[in-house]
Design a protein around this ligand. Structure first.
Ligand code: SF4
Ligand code: SF4
Length: 351
């Protein structure tokens, strides 16, 4: 764990910066060793990617723009040989999370010791079903082994299920299983995103077995998770996000405006930046300092704020919590979890 006092101070200073962005998801490779049924990335792999030094330079730019939090995903980011160096550098400045499908974390365990969170994607406690969803035999067993091995090694590991019609009725039991073992759970929500022309990449197919048809079940799940949060520090989703999703499920209405290219942005393996993964790249990360305050970017922000094409949980989360008041809301909501993290990050004092 790397929540040092200098890092905390840097995060605090940046959170006060005007017109900053909060969150960046960086898909640092398109390579992947799994074949998940709801994902189109593996079918369109591409070997070209930025060098270690280019990624570090990009991280400096994001830090200077005020970004507080980086999520590394892919593809599978742990397939990069330099992942340890990238995570170590990122963790100096950002709250840093890296995703793994469960296949690489044990092999790469020494590269993960500096990162704030490792998110293992696993969708169900049903081994056979999980392997079906991941398209690879043995995926569930490897993911479970990785989760408990990392926890035993003192690495802050959590699980990240994607909620879809195929597991929506299992999510409460899934959550109970992990929180009882003090393993945090944070959620993704399956959504076909009607990709825009020239979007970075797309997820899913228009109507497939993942599509949530049981909207009432989704609303009920939001209510249940909200109630469970009262008893557990290990459910990492805010009440405000759950309320927004519940309202969307029941009424089809959005209580938020999308904050793509304001509160969050995505970067791909070539360093191209977009408001979200469905939208077209609008800049190279190396040009961001010149473009961030430009009329062109303001126009894109206006366009994205009217968009209602997707309902990915992370994009909702970063849209409903905005500005400094949003950070305070998150801290108030997740105060007990933040305390748990700080406690675990602080080495015991000798008496
Ligand atoms: S969802 Fe992730 S692990 Fe699965 S194929 Fe896509 S990139 Fe790979
Ligand atoms: S709602 Fe926002 S995050 Fe979703 S596709 Fe539109 S611009 Fe992207």
């Amino acid at each position: 764990m790397t929540l040092s006092s200098s890092k905390l101070l840097g995060l605090l200073k940046r959170s006060l910066k005007p017109k900053r962005t909060y969150h960046a998801q960086w898909m640092i490779t398109r390579r992947c060793n799994y074949r998940c049924r709801g994902c189109n990335v593996w079918a369109d792999q591409e070997p070209s990617e930025l060098s270690t030094e280019e990624i570090k330079k990009g991280l400096d730019i994001l830090r200077d723009l005020g970004v507080l939090e980086i999520v590394f995903s892919g593809g599978n980011p742990l397939l990069r040989e330099d992942i340890g160096e990238i995570l170590e550098y990122s963790s100096r400045y950002f709250i840093t999370t890296v995703y793994d499908n469960g296949s690489m974390a044990v092999e790469r365990i020494d590269d993960l010791r500096n990162v704030d969170f490792v998110a293992i994607s696993i969708d169900t406690l049903d081994e056979e079903k999980n392997d079906y969803l991941k398209g690879v035999k043995g995926a569930w067993r490897r993911a479970m082994d990785a989760i408990f091995k990392l926890k035993k090694e003192g690495i802050r590991v959590g699980v990240s299920p994607t909620i879809s019609q195929l597991n929506i009725h299992e999510i409460v039991d899934f959550t109970k299983y992990f929180i009882e073992r003090e393993i945090p759970v944070w959620y993704c929500l399956y959504w076909y995103d009607y990709p825009f022309k020239d979007g970075m990449f797309s997820i899913g197919k228009k109507v497939d077995e993942y599509t949530i048809t049981d909207r009432k079940a989704l609303a009920d799940l939001c209510s249940t998770l909200k109630a469970m949060k009262r008893e557990s520090d290990y459910i990492y989703i805010t009440d405000k996000t759950l309320d927004a999703v519940k309202n969307l499920a029941l009424t089809g209405e959005r209580t938020w405006k999308c904050k793509a290219l304001q509160n969050f942005l995505v970067v791909d393996h070539k360093g191209r930046v977009a408001g979200c993964h469905s939208r077209e790249p609008v800049a190279s990360i190396f040009d961001l300092p010149d473009l961030w305050d430009s009329p062109r970017f303001d126009e894109l922000r206006r366009k994205y704020s009217e968009c209602t094409k997707c309902a990915y949980l992370c994009y909702i989360f970063y849209s409903v919590h905005t500005g400094l008041s949003g950070i305070i809301e998150i801290l108030r909501d997740r105060w007990k979890s933040a305390n748990t993290i700080l406690r675990e990050a602080t080495p015991p004092t000798s008496r």
